[in-house]
Design a binder for this molecule. Structure first.
Ligand code: LCV
Length: 261
C-alpha cells in the first residue's frame, strides 16, 4: 500500500493514513486503499478498526479531501460516488466499531470522517475544522446532518460558518471526541478500549452499531421537494464564481477573493 499502513492483530486492525506530501489528504488513491483494507478486515472477521495517521512536521492528522481532485465547477463536488463519501459509508457500514486515534489538525472532510467514526480518542494538540465555506463548497446533506446529530445545531453552524478549527478542550466539551489525553497516552487508551470491546459479543456489537446508525437516521425523512430544492441550491454554489475561485486560490496559494456570486 502506497498511501496507508495497515496491520491486523486478531480482532483488532490498524489503518494509518500515510500521504505525507499532501498532509494525509484523503485522495482517491488513498481512499481506494482504505476501502480495500476494510474489505480485508471484514473477511478476516476483524471487530475493531483503529484509524490513525502518520505524523508530519506540520502536525496535521489529515488535510481533508484532496482539493486538487475537486471538480473545478459545474459538477457536484461531493456526490454519492465521490471517494470521500464512499469512505464515510464504509466506516458507517463496517460491522464493528471504527475508532479514530487523532493527533494534530483535522480539516474538512477528515472532520466528517472523525464524526463518522464510532469512537474518537485525541491528544491535546488535536483541532477540528469543517471548511467548505472557506473554499466556497456546498457541503452535502448527509455531512451536515452528521454534524447536527453529533454536536447540535448552533455548534454545527458555528463550525460551518466560521470554518475555524475547534481546539481539543472544546472538542471534548462538544462531544466531538470521547476523551482527550496526553500525546503519549492516546494510542494505549484507544487499544485498551478496543480490547475491552473485543471481549464482548461481536454479533451483538455489529447489530447494536447498525441500530445506532438506523436510529440516528430515523428522523431524517426529507420530502422529495425539499431534497430537490437543496440540490438546486447546491448547484447554484458549485456553478458559482466563488466555488471556482475557492479552489483556484488554494492552488495558487493566495487568499480567495469571494464576490458572493
Ligand atoms: C491537497 C493539500 C491539502 C489538501 N488537498 O502546509 O470540507 S470541504 O467541503 O471543504 C471538503 C471538500 C474538504 O475536505 O476540502 C479540503 C478541506 N481542507 C482544508 O481546508 C485544509 C487545506 N490545507 C490547509 O489549510 C493547510 O495546508 C494546512 C493549514 C492544513 C497546513 O498548512 P501548512 O502551511 O503547514 P501547506 O499548506 O504548505 O501544505 C503542505 C502541502 O500539502 C498540500 C499543499 O498543497 C502543500 O503541497 P505543496 O507543498 O505541493 O504545495 N495540501 C494541504 N492540504 N486538502 N493538498
Amino acid at each position: 500500500m502506497a498511501f496507508i499502513k495497515t496491520e491486523i492483530n486478531g480482532k483488532i486492525a490498524t489503518l494509518s493514513l500515510n500521504n505525507e506530501s499532501k498532509l494525509n489528504a484523503l485522495s482517491k488513491s488513498l481512499i481506494e486503499e482504505c476501502v480495500a483494507f476494510f474489505k480485508q478486515c471484514k473477511t478476516k472477521k476483524v471487530l475493531v478498526v483503529l484509524i490513525k495517521a502518520e505524523h508530519n512536521k506540520q502536525n496535521v492528522w489529515s488535510a481533508g479531501h484532496d482539493i486538487n481532485e475537486l471538480p473545478e465547477g459545474h459538477r457536484d463536488p461531493l456526490g454519492y460516488y465521490d471517494p470521500l463519501e464512499v469512505l464515510l459509508r464504509k466506516v458507517r457500514e463496517y460491522p464493528g466499531p471504527v475508532i479514530a486515534v487523532v493527533k494534530g489538525g483535522v480539516w474538512g472532510g477528515a472532520c466528517d470522517l472523525i464524526m463518522t467514526c464510532d469512537l474518537v480518542y485525541a491528544d491535546k494538540t488535536s483541532t477540528f475544522a469543517i471548511t467548505p465555506a472557506k473554499i466556497g463548497i456546498p457541503y452535502n446533506i448527509t455531512g451536515i446532518l452528521n454534524f447536527i446529530n453529533h454536536i447540535g445545531l448552533n455548534r454545527a453552524k458555528e463550525m460551518f460558518f466560521t470554518a475555524k478549527p475547534i481546539d481539543s478542550e472544546k472538542a471534548e466539551k462538544w462531544g466531538i471526541v470521547n476523551q482527550i489525553l496526553e500525546t503519549n497516552e492516546v494510542d494505549a487508551r484507544a487499544l485498551e478500549v478496543a480490547q475491552q470491546i473485543c471481549s464482548n459479543s461481536s454479533l451483538a456489537i455489529s447489530v447494536i452499531k447498525e441500530q445506532f446508525h438506523t436510529l440516528t437516521n430515523a428522523g431524517a425523512s426529507l420530502p422529495p421537494i425539499c431534497f430537490e430544492r437543496i440540490e438546486g441550491l447546491r448547484r447554484e454554489v458549485y456553478d458559482s464564481h466563488d466555488y471556482a475561485e475557492g479552489i483556484l486560490s488554494f492552488k495558487e496559494k493566495r487568499k480567495p477573493v469571494f464576490l458572493g456570486e
